[in-house]
Design a protein around this ligand. Structure first.
Ligand SMILES: [Zn+2]
Length: 129
């Protein structure tokens, strides 16, 4: 099993998202897991306005989510989320990835763990270009 497959399973990404690269950045002491949507995302995605089929419109700039610490090292999930467009009405929206929590730039798992520990983050991981 590759590290990417292992992290894919640990993150519970399913068929619509994948880990394309995993690395440890020694200088920053950070585990980085590069994520992207797969072609399996599209058949099941429908326009929130007209419920029609959607297609991949483009991939705006990369965003970064902070995830739970991995063996005492910070973990970041960068991803260029796709923008989808409805075939019928041309409505365009950013696809919400399964790891995204209610707080921007933090994964659901990170927020849940923070709430459990009563130590909410003062963490600054936002966008990287
Ligand atoms: Zn639509």
């Amino acid at each position: 099993m590759t590290p990417e497959k292992l992290f894919h399973d640990l993150l519970g990404l399913g068929l619509s998202w994948e880990v394309t690269e995993s690395c440890f950045e020694h200088e920053r002491g950070t585990v980085v897991l590069q994520l992207r949507a797969t072609s399996a995302l599209w058949p099941g995605l429908h326009c929130p306005k007209c419920r029609g089929h959607a297609f991949c419109y483009d991939h705006p700039k990369e965003l970064l989510w902070r995830h739970l610490t991995v063996f005492e090292h910070r973990c970041e999930l960068p991803c260029r989320r796709p923008r989808a467009r409805g075939r019928g009405c041309a409505h365009t929206w950013l696809v919400r990835p399964p790891w995204e929590g209610l707080a921007p730039h933090f994964t659901k798992g990170f927020v849940d763990a923070g709430a459990n520990r009563q130590e909410s983050g003062n963490c600054a991981c936002i966008t990287r270009s």
